[in-house]
Each structure stands twice: as C-alpha cells, then as structure tokens.
Design a protein around this ligand. Structure first.
Ligand code: SF4
Ligand code: SF4
Length: 359
C-alpha cells in the first residue's frame, strides 16, 4: 500500500497568502495534541494491517497553517512516536513538513534535522504571499532556506503555486528552483475558488496554467535537469504516463476505491484530499472513530461513487492513456474546481502535459 497522509497540525499562520484556502482559520491557535497523533498513528497502523501489505510506504505530509509556529519539541514527539511502525518489517515511513520557511529557528533546525525533509512553499514572483501585516516575504523565505541548509536539514523541494502574481514569470520560477537544485511542483491554485472570493481573484484559468507549464518546460536547463533526475511536477508524472502507454503497459482502471491521498484536519476530521472540507464527504474523525466507521461511512461511499462517475465521464470517454499508463485515479479524486475544468476540456492536466514531452 502506498498512501500519502496530509496532516493539518494547526491552521495558525503568520502569512496571509491571498489564495489560501485556510484563510478563515489562520488566526486559530489550536493544534493537534501528541495524544491525538497517537490516535492517528493507530488508524494508519490498522489500515496497514487491514491491507496486509508489509511493504507499505506511508508518507506523512505535515502541514498547516505554518508548522514551524508549533514548538520544536512537538515535532520531536511526533517523530519518536513512530517507533510503532518500525516494529513492522518492511513498512517505510517518510515525513515531509511543508513550510513557508519564514519562521525557521535553531530549535526547529535541531528537531527536524535527520527526521523530516522539508518542502518549501515559495512562488518566487511572490506578491500573493504576504505577512499578516502585508509585508512581502521573498527575502524571508530565501533566508529561511539558507538557514535550513546551513543547519543540515534536508530539503525535498518546493511548491510554487501558479497565480496572478507569477503566471507571467515562468523563467524566474524555473531559474530559482534549478539554481537551488530543488525538486519542484507547479500547482494550480488548490480548491476553494467556489467558496472564497479572494482565492478566485488570485486564480488563473486552464489555458494560462497550461501556457505557464509550457513556458516553464521550455526554459533553458529544465529538460536537462529532469533528464538528470530532478522531479518537476506535473511533468514527471505526465511523462511517466506517456512512456508507460507507449511501452504497451496495461493498468487496471480505477474503481474509485483506492485511497492515495487522505487529509486529516486539525480537528481529526478525515477526507479524501480533493474533498477538504466538504462535510458531506467527511469520512469521520480519526481521533474518535474506528477504522470500520471511517471506511464504511456513507460519505466514503458517496466519494467512491463520484470518483467512478468522473472517471467514466472524463477518462473513459477518450483519454488515450486510460487503462494503459494511467488508471484514472487522479481525476477520480480531484477537486470540484478541477472537475469542472477537466470536464470542459474532456481531459486532465496530465493528459495535456504528457503531449509536451516531445514538442
Ligand atoms: S503560508 Fe500556507 S497556510 Fe499560511 S497563508 Fe500561505 S498558503 Fe495559507
Ligand atoms: S484524463 Fe488524466 S487521469 Fe484520466 S486517464 Fe487520462 S491522464 Fe489519467
């Protein structure tokens, strides 16, 4: 079993990024307790046992809010409590902490080093990422990255959200990440454009996102860096799908049941990541409910039925990669905003970007 678990440890944040889907809660100081982390680990261990796969690979993505506003001692505790997984032969646990890198302290460097890898959120042309007081943050982030590196903390890469601020600056984004030798994810704005007007104002549409990706791929050094092993999403996944298809692969189309990214809210509420925080699709609460209650919930049954409908209507209706290099799970568990964009285009981002490999 390969599973990503996104954990929203706190919503508290020192920044006020204009596209942040956590905006209503960024002043909320509540955070998970270590006893609740124990309950989360119990549920994950039960999932591994239920699946019976001793070579399971679990990645915990520790997110916020800003995780470095939580004391360093908490992060030591979170890591130390994972001893229970080590008792299971072959189970591989990875910890990635997603940070805005503006509040890096010596205590955090010491607590994170050798235990966590760090993903940095930085858009490079960064005007949509400001402090609560409205100050720019680019210099703070770059100083934070230097501090983490100087302290021996491993960086896994960065996320650049493509928004109104950087959509015309693909060259700057690529130059920064290639210069740092960091893996990169170029993300379109994530969900909540329906519910939060400020998020919608910072968002760019399908065509501009695809154009940004094309421009980024054409930047000098980008294809060479990827050939040398750098991971740059969405290109790496899209090109893998294309190559598998061309090699004659046959994958079983998704029936919508496989969980690949679960999200645990600060309260313990559990969702498939694309559905956060739609209460109609909330499986239950990992702190309080049993594994059976969560996974046999009516909400999960609704989520699965919806995934099948999406796969049938978007993937199975003509994507050349479906059932070959791709099982359709990406579309099955996308956000409502992505679903509309994909339905209008008749395909997903990966399907379009796969075609850029040889252009
Ligand atoms: S740093 Fe992250 S959590 Fe904080 S405001 Fe920005 S996007 Fe939201
Ligand atoms: S539309 Fe996207 S998710 Fe669906 S099969 Fe094609 S590449 Fe895969």
């Amino acid at each position: 079993m390969r599973l990503d678990v996104v954990v929203k440890v706190t919503k508290l944040c020192n920044l006020r990024c204009s596209y942040c889907y956590e905006t209503p809660w960024l002043d909320d100081p509540r955070r998970m307790k270590l006893s609740q982390i124990d309950a989360l680990y119990d549920r994950v261990a039960e999932m591994i046992a239920a699946v019976g796969d001793t070579s399971s690979a679990i990645t915990f993505y520790w997110q916020g809010g800003e995780p470095m506003l939580v004391p360093a001692s908490f992060w030591k505790g979170v890591y130390e409590r994972q001893d229970r997984f080590e008792a299971r032969d072959g189970v591989c646990i990875r910890n990635e902490l997603q940070s805005n890198a503006t509040r890096v302290t010596d205590e955090h460097v010491s607590a994170l080093r050798g235990r966590y890898v760090i993903g940095v959120s930085y858009d490079v042309a960064n005007d949509n990422r400001r402090t609560a007081g409205g100050r720019p943050t680019a210099r703070l982030v770059e100083t934070g990255i230097e501090r983490l590196r100087a302290g021996g903390v491993q960086l896994s890469g960065g996320i650049a959200v493509v928004s109104t601020a950087n959509v015309d600056h693909a060259a700057s984004v690529v130059k920064f990440y290639l210069g740092q030798g960091l893996n990169l994810r170029l993300l379109n704005i994530y969900t909540a454009t329906d519910t939060q007007p400020a998020v919608a104002r910072a968002a760019i549409g399908w065509d501009r996102y695809i154009d940004f990706c094309r421009n980024a791929l054409d930047e000098p050094g980008m294809r060479e860096a990827m050939s040398a092993g750098l991971t740059v999403e969405p290109f790496t996944s899209a090109f893998r799908i294309r190559r598998l298809t061309e090699a004659g692969a046959a994958v079983t189309p998704s029936d919508g049941r496989r969980e690949w990214v679960l999200l645990v809210d600060t309260s313990g509420d559990l969702y498939s990541a694309g559905d956060a925080y739609d209460t109609a699709l909330r499986y239950g609460n990992v702190f309080d409910d049993t594994l059976n209650t969560l996974f046999l919930s009516p909400a999960r049954a609704r989520r699965i039925a919806r995934a099948r409908e999406r796969i049938d209507s978007i993937c199975a209706s003509g994507c050349e990669f479906f059932g070959h290099g791709c099982d359709g799970a990406y579309v099955g568990q996308c956000t409502p905003e992505e679903e509309r964009a994909f339905a209008a285009a008749g395909r997903c981002y990966l399907s379009v970007i796969a075609g850029m490999e040889r252009n």
